[in-house]
Design a binder for this molecule. Sequence first.
Ligand SMILES: Cc1cc2nc3c(=O)[nH]c(=O)nc-3n(C[C@H](O)[C@H](O)[C@H](O)COP(=O)(O)OP(=O)(O)OC[C@H]3O[C@@H](n4cnc5c(N)ncnc54)[C@H](O)[C@@H]3O)c2cc1C
Length: 360
Amino acid sequence: MKIAIMGAGLSGLACALTLEKNGLTPTVFDNRRCVGDRFVNGEILLPMLEQSFSDPLVRLSEVYGIYLQPTNNITALTLHSENKTAQLTGQLGFINLRGRVETSFESQLARQLKTKILFNSTYDYTALLKEFTHIILAVGDFRYTEEIQRVKSSLTVTLKGATVAGNFNQREVAAWLDNTIAPKGYCYLIPFSGKEANITLAYPEYPEAKELNQNKLWDRYFERVCKDTRQNLRITDQFEIHHYRMGISDMPRIGNTFFVGNCLGTMMPALGFGQLPSMLSGIYAAQDLLGQLNYQQTAKSLYQSYHHSMTLRKFLESLNNANLDTLVSLAGTPLANRLLNNRRISLLKIISRLLTPLFG
Ligand SMILES: Cc1cc2nc3c(=O)[nH]c(=O)nc-3n(C[C@H](O)[C@H](O)[C@H](O)COP(=O)(O)OP(=O)(O)OC[C@H]3O[C@@H](n4cnc5c(N)ncnc54)[C@H](O)[C@@H]3O)c2cc1C
């Protein structure tokens, strides 16, 4: 078997590590200069919205031998709507870095890999087909997937974000659900040190969004973050992503080509969580190559999560600001806090089951 992995991001590296640990050496290509060669940003893992693993980092290490160190645990999540604020507390999840820094998840994965990554690759899929028996497509988008099979697109999203300097509790993240700032979308703040945080605004690009003035929304959001964090934040870096696509491909594998990460469709549409499912898809594809488990079967759980997440998204999009105020008030109750901290249940699955008759 001659295996090529196209893309040294989360899914490609998780796949490469799993193969390597079990005696197969893939060839890993990336078209950038180094691992994580993009803007640095903070991302989060929230077990309550992932598959029903009580702790994704424990699972990655104990079951798959992949070791990741977050920058911090999340012990508080502050939710804001237009008029309400609620705080959830407990062991809620993890903050981690992405991008070209040493501590980013992709850098940590790359350090565990013995196989050398071939950077600045100009190979395209067709060229790899000629030289390899098996190809793992892990390029982080649907470019190649769409040439090979159907991708069911659910939505595209505009993301505008910034790194801000200020004073932050490194274990507290915040999110805003307010249609006057992010229509049918959301905003969040993720600290990645005591002095720096990411703030991001994300909203879907539905036809009516053409009327929106992105700069006005951003100004409104920035003002709101400064007000809610009670400080004058200073922007030190900025990014903008348009047409970020959320969708799902029909098949996890066609012939000897495997689709993993965003090439499969592991970006969960409700709130944009994709790190854990992308790594799992890479691991599952490797397990198939190793003759351990069938990827068509193991990928089913990823498809299910996608559909649960889409149902949640449709529900959230149906809420006006008064409804969002109610939702945030409910989230602040002790019962909600207990549910969110209960790792034995998959909240996403339960919410989805309840909402499917209306939004599924
Ligand atoms: C702004 C933003 C915030 C996010 N926040 C969160 C969050 O808080 N929590 C969460 O769980 N998820 C979050 N996500 C989603 C998460 O980052 C993705 O789901 C995850 O990175 C997808 O992994 P991947 O392996 O598919 O792609 P990537 O990790 O992006 O890797 C793709 C790799 O392929 C390489 N590549 C591209 N083209 C080629 C080519 N032609 N040849 C060779 N290599 C190529 C790239 O250089 C890159 O290294 C966020 C995403 C964005 C954009």
